[in-house]
Design a protein around this ligand. Structure first.
Ligand SMILES: Cc1ncc(COP(=O)(O)O)c(C=O)c1O
Length: 228
């Protein structure tokens, strides 16, 4: 079972009740849970982010990395935390993953050393907190600029992507929806130099657009999005 929590781009993360359901399912079917937490430092909810409890899963693999938390995708460093009820499976999987990750997906020695230093040092921890605060501010700026410009925007509960929901009805012919979306994306690139993703890349509909909230919401761009 794989859960992306917080999810990208919606920012959804399971509630305590949802985690309990997921746990019951994994225990009943003796399934490992893989939980992708790369956006956990970018959680904007007022309640704390609820995380899966290792005691509730036969095997829990939590994924994280430098790419998002430290804004360092170029270092190509991520990690898996192995936990769970079944200690013999945890030990077996640790041996297997150590072999596989060294043999086939080795991370450079420099990146491995940098990862440890960043995670253990107070400088690294301060860097992580400051990045999250800056990103939170930028995403919030987008939310207020969009509201002020009369544009409907979904500010996620986590992460840094914004969703501009389609304004056409769901029943629209898919070929027409694709044509309209393509022309809108093209106009945004050519007129404003901004690359906006099609929602279909994320399992959303044609016409739902996804963009980063890391940039500055210029008035011209807000007007272009409002014009739809
Ligand atoms: C939810 C989620 N997990 C993992 C990744 C992969 O991150 P990276 O390969 O940069 O470490 C991404 C990238 O956008 C993501 O959105």
């Amino acid at each position: 079972m794989v859960v992306i929590g917080p999810h990208n781009p919606t920012g959804h993360a399971p509630s305590t009740d949802e985690w309990n359901e997921i746990s019951k399912f994994c225990l009943t079917h003796n399934l490992p849970l893989i939980c992708d937490e790369v956006f956990r430092n970018f959680w904007w909810g007022t309640e704390n982010l609820v995380r899966p409890d290792p005691k509730d899963f036969p095997l829990l693999l939590t994924l994280d990395g430098l790419s998002k938390s430290f804004g360092l995708p170029g270092l190509k460093s991520g990690w898996v935390v192995l936990e769970g009820r079944d200690q013999s499976r945890v030990a077996l999987l640790r041996r297997a993953l150590e072999h596989l990750l060294d043999a086939f997906l080795a991370v450079s020695e420099q990146s491995q050393a940098a990862t440890e230093a960043l995670l253990k040092s107070s400088v690294g921890q301060a860097w992580m907190r400051s990045l999250a605060a800056q990103v939170g501010q930028r995403v919030a700026n987008w939310g207020s600029a969009a509201r002020a410009g009369g544009v409907e925007i979904l500010v996620p509960l986590a992460g840094w992507h914004l969703i501009w929901p389609r304004n056409e009805p769901e029943t629209e012919n898919p070929a027409d929806a694709l044509r309209k979306e393509t022309s809108r994306l093209r106009q945004l690139v050519l007129d404003h130099g901004i690359v906006v993703h099609s929602g279909t890349w994320y399992g959303l509909s044609h016409g739902d657009l996804v963009t980063t909230g890391l940039t500055r919401p210029t008035p011209a761009l807000i007007r272009a999005l409002a014009a739809g």
